[in-house]
Design a protein around this ligand. Structure first.
Ligand code: NCD
Ligand code: ZN
Length: 351
């Protein structure tokens, strides 16, 4: 049986939610990843240092069996974010970055930034503090076609920001287009991008052809096949600017299988198997470790993990559903058989 042992990976973009949902999903992330950068789009959003640290403690409390797992936190930028908050965030070892959600772009983004051109002072402060900016890169105007929103955001906002603040480290999160890849490849040093397993494996036909599949619906939305191929080429190129961020985003079943369903794919339990499948499809399994375990740590200037994770070419069937508080949670690939599984590491492996 083929196996692949890599440095234990980190998930640089994940939604762990809160309360009962947190307890239901966090163990899946902690099982395979050493660290995770936790998105701040709770309700209300994580905007203050104390919110982030309290949330971090709730995550740790939800994971009594994973003492080695390290949640790393992000702050949600709003029109009211102060310079003092940024200064404190930059100095705190458990807070790594600030997240820019254009207001209305995605799940729980209504408290986000309304006028992106109005936050230059904040961006200048972040540049000076060397506090990375994480970006949900989609414009929100209703006139712009949903498939064009990422490319438009890059042209209208991201490229100008990167030129105006050349020292600002930026992560274009969950890139879904060839334009996003080209932007990261050609931008100045300190600009990177995360890639999800679903955008590496699926195009919009998987979601829409032959019936509408709500569990494939996420934002930014799945694009055409030529975009998927550009993402996969970038992920497997060895370029350290691209690294792993699952964007695992759980939503209760009834909120996805609905007349107006929520955006987000839940992949935390089998994300590494999906990434292995994607890399194997282009004979690039030797590049998985850099993408999953080295490039992100290097970008965030954190030590690479010393523990390991072993993947085996042993098929696994994804469960039909997981418990989710009083609800159920349907994972992406529910009921499907995947080619790879993960050998669970002994809990003391990182000790
Ligand atoms: C995310 C969520 O549900 O919080 N949804 C998604 O489709 N990816 C938010 C986000 O990252 O856009
Ligand atoms: Zn996300």
């Amino acid at each position: 049986m083929k196996t692949l042992t890599i440095t234990r990976p980190d998930d640089w973009h994940v939604h762990l939610r809160d309360d009962g949902a947190l307890a239901a999903v966090a163990p899946h992330t902690a099982r395979h990843f050493a660290r995770a950068l936790v998105m701040p789009n709770l309700r209300p959003p994580v905007t203050r240092i104390s919110d982030a640290l309290d949330y971090r403690q709730r995550i740790l409390d939800a994971l009594p069996d994973s003492p080695q797992f390290q949640p790393l936190m992000t702050l949600y930028l709003t029109d009211a974010t102060t310079k003092e908050t940024l200064v404190e965030a930059a100095a705190h070892p458990d807070i790594l970055a600030c997240k820019l959600y254009p207001a209305g772009a995605t799940t729980h983004s209504d408290a986000g930034i309304r006028d992106i051109r109005g936050i230059n002072t904040l961006l200048e402060t972040m540049e000076k503090l060397d506090l990375p900016l994480l970006v949900h890169g989609e414009v929100t105007s209703t006139e712009v076609d949903i498939f064009d929103r990422e490319a438009r955001f890059i042209d209208e906002f991201l490229a100008p920001i990167s030129l105006r603040f050349p020292g600002l480290r930026i992560v274009l999160e969950h890139i879904t287009t060839r334009e996003g890849i080209a932007f990261v490849q050609s931008a100045h040093d300190g600009i990177a991008g995360t890639l999800t397993p679903h955008h590496l494996l699926y195009n919009r036909n998987h979601m829409l052809a032959g019936g509408i599949r709500p569990h494939y619906y996420c934002l930014p939305i799945l694009k055409r096949e030529d975009h998927r191929q550009a993402l996969l080429a970038a992920a497997t190129s060895g370029n350290p600017r691209f690294f792993l961020g699952t964007d695992s985003a759980p939503h209760a079943r009834h909120t996805k299988e609905a007349a107006c369903g929520c955006a987000g794919c839940f992949t935390a339990p089998h994300a590494m198997a999906l990434y292995a499948t994607a890399f194997e499809s282009v004979n690039a399994l030797d590049r998985l470790e850099g993408f999953a375990s080295h490039h992100g740590a290097d970008f965030y200037r954190l030590p690479r993990n010393t523990a390991s994770l072993t993947l085996t070419q042993n098929p696994q069937t994804v469960p039909d559903a997981y418990p989710y508080g009083a609800d159920s949670l349907i994972p992406l690939n529910a009921g499907e058989t995947l080619a790879w599984s993960i050998m669970d590491a002994p809990p003391d492996q990182d000790a």
